[in-house]
Design a protein around this ligand. Structure first.
Ligand code: F0G
Length: 458
């Protein structure tokens, strides 16, 4: 008999979870103005709001926390991290930052100016926010297949080379400071980018003299998918694939809260000394001195260890396998999800679950609130609320998809938790025709409104 899969770790510390009644949840979500970000964590049973900074560190990482060197300059922990970034990613220069968006702030301050265009595959919201804040434009060049949730495509994070070349042809070179490849592509459903696509995008950018940057938050999960789905890489190690991915790019911004499995941290890595000198100034200005960049020495040490662990095959198999398990259960209940299941999350197609609710009433937010009411499960809306308003017209931007993302923290929940979440959605799916009303906005911020938006029932 073939032996079943089992997690390559055991659990040393547990954190009790509190269950609640539906009446309690009705009251709490109303008090939170129907914004799931406003809930207290004790009001949530299973928290799939994000996989960012919510992972469980290993005991090796915790021991690195104790070894952290808190020197202001030249910390030994900095050099530990430098060694891993040099050897694993092949990047000679880097500055630490306190998280991914801080890395974007540092890099973009040195490279993006008003009127620029930044093509890429569905930029993450903070990335887009940092681009638009500088009065530049993020141009989405993701392949069209990415917005057809039920269509199987192994690499729905891929960039459409024709769309990208159109941007290059129709605009002056000096207006395009970079092309960003997000690995995996969070916004299109945690979907990977193939090595072939990375290679081709990189070649096209080289032809036009445009730098290529990774938004690398989930680069190791991307490498796992390349190994699984791109035949010629089946026998390559994850670390070889990671190295080859990075060989095609000039720089990377990293949110270490994902694939480096730490609770806080990030960095910008690059090849070019001149770029490094430029970003160094912004790192010192916004984050801190070059050898700590807004972090404690212990955070740098845990990050170095986490980067290494995050690239282990056994770990990735278990992590991505758990997300796939949740996806499989949802499909068994008939719930339409982005196909195939992503690396860090399952994306439920709320537009298909609640098609009878008008988009102006926020279908995905309505489903996310139902899920909280049903079982105390917190997901997140990836739809019209997140897409925000057009910076010029101030009209709602309606994205291609209305999704509820169920992001699975790393090494935190068991498959029983996944089964619980799937059953909650199964119940909602059965009574979906009875959910007839969505929400209206009563208060919103001028940029990135989803974090603080306030809503009321229609
Ligand atoms: N890039 C990607 C692809 C991300 O998913 C995130 C964060 C960032 C950049 C920004 O990094 O949070 O460390 O500042 N994503 C989280 C999420 C918040 O829930 O998907 P950060």
């Amino acid at each position: 008999m073939e032996l079943p899969f089992a997690e390559p770790y055991k659990i040393k510390v547990v954190e009790p979870l509190r269950r609640s009644s539906r009446e309690e949840r009705e009251k709490w979500i109303k008090e939170a103005r129907y914004n799931l970000f406003n809930l207290r964590s004790e009001q949530v049973f299973i928290d799939l709001l994000t996989d960012s900074g919510t992972g469980a560190m290993s005991h090796h990482q915790w021991s690195e926390m104790m070894l952290g060197d808190e020197s202001y300059a030249g910390s030994a922990s900095y050099f530990k991290l430098k060694k891993v970034i040099n050897e694993l990613l092949g990047m000679p220069y880097f500055v630490p930052t306190h998280q991914g968006r801080a890395a974007e702030n540092v890099l973009f301050s040195a490279t993006i100016k008003e009127g620029d265009l930044v093509p890429g595959n569905s930029h993450f919201d903070t990335t887009k926010g940092h681009i638009e804040f500088r009065r530049a434009t993020a141009v989405d060049c993701t392949i069209d297949e990415a917005s057809e949730t039920l269509l199987y495509h192994p690499f729905k994070g891929n960039i459409d080379l024709n769309k990208l070349e159109d941007v290059f042809r129709n605009n002056p070179r000096e207006k395009i400071p970079m092309c960003i490849i997000t690995v995996t592509c969070n916004t299109s459903g945690g979907q990977p980018v193939s090595m072939q696509n990375i290679r081709e995008v990189s070649a096209l950018c080289k032809k036009y003299g445009i730098p290529v940057i990774f938004d690398a938050a989930r680069f190791a999960e991307n490498a796992y998918f390349i190994k699984q789905r791109e035949k010629e890489y089946a026998n390559h190690s994850i670390t070889d694939i990671v190295r080859e991915m990075y060989d095609h790019v000039d720089a990377a911004t990293m949110s270490s809260k994902k694939d480096a499995i730490v609770n806080i941290g990030g960095f910008v890595a690059c090849r070019d000394k001149e770029l490094f000198d430029k970003i160094s100034m912004y790192c010192i200005l916004y984050e801190g001195y070059l050898t700590y960049g807004g972090l404690a020495g212990r955070d740098l040490a845990a990050m170095a260890q986490g980067l290494t662990e995050g690239c282990r095959y056994d770990y990735l198999e278990s992590r991505i396998g758990q997300v796939a398990y949740l996806g499989k259960l949802l499909k068994e209940y008939g719930i339409p999800c982005q196909e195939p299941t992503g690396g860090h999350a399952v994306f439920v197609d709320a537009g298909k679950v609640l098609p009878h609710i008008p988009r102006e009433e926020y279908q995905a937010q309505t489903l996310a609130i139902e899920l909280y009411l049903e079982g105390g499960v917190r997901g997140v809306e990836i739809g019209t609320l997140l897409a925000d308003r057009d910076p010029k017209t101030r009209e709602n931007r309606y994205p291609n998809l209305e999704l509820v993302r169920l992001a699975v923290p790393r090494r935190v929940y068991t498959n029983n938790h996944m089964a619980f979440v799937a059953a909650c959605l199964g119940n909602i799916f059965e009574r979906r025709d009875k959910i007839t009303k969505g929400f209206r906005i009563t208060k919103e911020a001028p940029i990135m409104r989803h974090f603080t938006v306030e809503l009321e029932r229609k």
